[in-house]
Design a protein around this ligand. Structure first.
Ligand code: MGD
Ligand code: SF4
Length: 751
């Protein structure tokens, strides 16, 4: 009866990278509730707590409903019209461009923006303002995984996907609290384990005992930052005990010391001599025995199918790319790849980090369709598709995230557009970067649904439509694109970003008198913003920019995505293939149409990834490398940070939902009982966590979670005393430029 008059609208969840299928109930234009879709093969009808509640942002009284402006950052905001707001944005970006060229302007986006939004923003920045200063929060999240996939497999994004979970016999979960960060996916893993308690093994490798460890047969807990040694030691055992797949390695793999430096299996073996289980166990802190490493290696190699899963524990590291390589090494060596139930599966944090940012050209060094900025031929393809003059896109990549906010600090960037993210809270060592955002000579536009700590540093705040209030595509962890159609109107005068960018770009073209900028938005002029506009953007992106690329999405039109219960996995070059659901396993002939079309032999696999012209998988020789900052006499503890189940990132959304806030109202610091005893800290005591950069004061949770010598804080809390990014370090991986959120050195004391 309660459902009378309610219409249900299908789409994907707004929050994490699992990509659960959900439907929103709407009655008389008002959202009534949200539920999982039981015929979905992604979540089988399940949603987690925060997924179930996110729809409450839709009619929230705090929603931004009018454009807000202030000349100086110390002024109060005033409501203005869209006409005025877009004029101001065009004038300020136009002036910055005239004075400093493409280097004076920037876009900082999000793995939560729709693909159409990221694509259009970066088109205007590159094709219009001749700037590769296009970045986004996936740099903080997935950049090391991208580097790992490209350098090990020659192609970004996983080979397999979720369907391997029900067929796996061994799960190797490293640096991922899957139970809290990817809860519905964890349910699938748990189901598989509980239904096959004796035959399915779960190995958890993490310096902290988490909810994920509860289903583990073995938990290897180690000193933070030493897992590269552990992964090498597993490779040592696999080689020494001849557990590797000789035929697979001989046929498909080569060994590398550098991108242009090949080496041999013998060299690899020699390198592994430094990583005997005995030596590695010592390096890891003597917290487990060498024989446990041997057992883990045997389970990994000997199972009928092993799936590895990891996230920020490996990615947010000074040597995140190397850690990813060492993970892939184990899969290549053992042939635990390409077959059912085996995959090296990096879990994405955000719902559209893969689809929008990695594939759509949302980082400073990449163009749409997995193209590198530095490759002239690829720049030409993009320029020709857009109909802009050759040479319009600069040959030099723009500034990566930390360099971008350093340039803001120095006043080199004069106008920055921050969309769907809150760097004031989410950047490491945030106090340092927040100073730049306070400068009056740096003009900041924020597009958001709520006020955040970042809108408080902006000049112009533009209210946007939320999920289900606009139409567009998200692409989740497993190369799956899913369409969510507009089901309700946004509140007040909030508008979809694609409308905002189009209107802004038209004004910018007029202001600068630049026909090329006008050309960039010409295909979208006059289109209705709820469906026709995003559809036209998606069509341009997929038909022109993904054609014949490894993420070929030409078959995944809105019409096809609308028909498919679970969306489509790329490559999906044709409509027919997309209508089967797309490609479950990349590189496997008979399954992946790209592998068939690229095939030059009668082997079962074809590795056509753009980064490996030799068409092989690369096994890397990589050493253990210490984190940038390790504890010393002055700062004797490791600090690590991460997620909890009830909240999402900066809590700008989940902190406004009473059910979620009640479940976890504030951040605390987890301390191992032995450390707590030594420091005289009891449960609930207020504790000071201090690094060389900043300080937090948090209540203690004394808990056998973190390994001795390490404390853990979840990073969602916005309170000034509990905002842990004041404390974290901004060291970055030299390859991926991803910050080392996971490790720094702190003092811990009761206050
Ligand atoms: P979010 O809360 O996800 O955090 O950090 P952020 O991206 O800064 O910000 C999303 C914003 O989008 C919110 O302000 C929300 O209100 C707004 N929003 C919601 N819907 C829409 C919409 O439709 N349009 C627009 N325009 N806005 C919308 C994430 C970042 O944080 C990431 S990705 C990672 S992986 C890092 N993780 C991490 C960590 O593990 N530890 C520590 N210490 N820090 C971290 N920071 C990083
Ligand atoms: Fe949403 Fe992730 Fe929860 Fe699924 S697991 S309902 S995608 S937040």
């Amino acid at each position: 009866k309660a459902e009378q008059g309610v219409s249900w609208h299908r789409g994907s969840c707004r929050l994490c990278g699992v990509g659960c299928r959900v439907e929103l109930g709407v009655k008389d234009g008002v959202p009534m509730g949200l539920r999982g879709i039981s015929d979905s093969r992604t979540n089988f009808g399940f949603v987690c707590m925060k997924g179930m509640h996110f729809w409450k942002c839709m009619r929230h009284p705090d929603r931004l409903t009018m454009p807000l402006y202030r000349e100086k950052k110390s002024d109060a905001f005033k409501e203005i019209s869209w006409e005025q707001a877009l004029d101001i944005a065009a004038n300020r970006f136009g002036t910055a461009f005239r004075q400093g060229g493409g280097e004076a302007v920037a876009y900082y986006g999000s793995g939560q923006a729709l693909t159409e939004e990221t694509y259009l923003f970066q088109k205007i920045m590159r094709g219009g303002l001749q700037s590769n200063n296009v970045e986004g929060n996936p740099r903080l999240c997935m950049a090391s995984a991208v580097g790992g996939y490209l350098s090990s497999f020659g192609a970004d994004e996983p080979i397999g996907g979720y369907s391997d979970l029900e067929k796996a016999h061994c799960f190797f979960i490293v640096g991922s609290n899957t139970a809290e960060a990817h809860p519905v996916l964890f349910r699938r893993i748990m189901r598989r384990k509980l239904d096959n308690r004796e035959t399915v093994k779960v190995i958890n490798v993490d310096p902290r005992v988490s909810q994920t460890s509860r289903i583990a047969d073995m938990h290897l807990q180690f000193k933070p930052g030493t897992d590269l040694a552990l992964l090498n030691a597993m490779a040592h055992v696999i080689v020494e005990e001849k557990l590797y797949d000789e035929e697979f390695v001989k046929t498909y793999a080569t060994f590398r010391k550098g991108k242009n430096e090949k080496t041999t299996f013998d060299d690899f073996k020699a390198k592994l001599a430094d990583y005997t289980p005995e030596k590695a166990a010592k390096m890891c802190g003597d917290t487990f025995s060498p024989d446990q490493i041997r057992t883990a290696a045997r389970w990994f190699a000997g199972s009928k199918g092993t799936v590895s899963l990891w996230t920020m524990g490996l990615n947010q590291r000074k040597r995140g790319v190397w850690a990813n390589n060492l993970m892939h090494n184990l899969h290549i060596l053992t042939g635990q790849l390409l077959k059912d139930g085996a995959d090296s599966l990096s879990l994405t944090g955000q719902p559209n980090a893969c689809g929008g940012v990695r594939e759509g050209g949302g980082l400073c060094h990449i163009l749409p369709g997995h193209r590198l900025v530095v490759k002239e031929k690829l720049r030409r393809q993009v320029e020709n598709s857009w109909g802009v003059p050759e040479g319009r896109i600069p040959a030099k990549p723009g500034l990566h995230t930390m360099a971008m906010f350093s340039a803001v600090n120095e006043g080199k960037i004069k106008a920055i557009w921050i969309n769907c993210t809150s760097p004031v809270q989410s950047l490491p060592n945030c106090n340092l970067y927040n100073k730049g955002m306070e400068r009056d000579d740096v003009f900041i536009v924020c597009t958001d649904i709520f006020h955040t700590l970042t809108t408080q540093k902006a000049n112009l705040v533009l209210p946007t439509a939320f999920h289900f209030e606009k139409t567009g595509v998200y692409g989740c962890t497993e190369r799956r694109s899913q369409l969510t159609r507009k089901a309700i109107d946004p509140p007040g005068e909030a508008k979809p970003e694609v409308w905002i960018v189009r209107e802004w770009a038209s004004k910018l073209a007029a202001k600068l008198g630049d026909p090329v900028i006008a050309q960039c938005v010409k295909p979208f002029e006059g289109l209705e913003e709820g469906y026709e506009l995003p559809k036209a953007i998606w069509d341009e992106y997929t038909q022109k920019l993904t054609a014949h690329r490894d993420n070929d999405l030409r078959g995944a039109t809105y019409e096809v995505l609308g028909q498919m219960a679970d969306g489509v996995q790329w490559p999906a070059p044709t409509r027919e293939h997309a209508l089967t659901g797309g490609t479950v396993k990349k590189f496997v002939k008979g399954i992946d149409p790209m592998a068939d079309s690229e095939s030059k032999d009668d082997l079962p696999y074809q590795f056509y990834g753009p980064a490996h012209p030799d068409r092989t998988l690369w096994i890397w020789l990589r050493d253990q490398a210490d984190p940038e900052e390790v504890p010393d006499a002055e700062y004797p503890f490791y600090l690590s940070t991460g997620r909890i189940i009830d909240h999402w990132h900066t809590m700008s959304m989940t902190g406004r939902i009473p059910e979620l806030l009640r479940a976890n109202p504030y951040a605390y610091v987890e301390i191992n009982p032995d450390d707590a005893k030594k420091l005289g800290i009891g449960p609930g005591d207020m504790v000071e966590i201090k690094s060389r950069r900043g300080v937090n004061i948090l209540p203690a949770k004394v808990y056998q979670g973190p390994v001795e010598g390490m404390v853990f804080v979840y990073w969602h809390d916005q309170h000034k005393d509990r905002m842990i990014n004041k404390v974290t370090k901004d060291a970055i991986d030299p390859g991926s430029k991803e910050p080392e959120f996971k490790i720094c050195a702190v003092q811990v004391k009761r206050v």
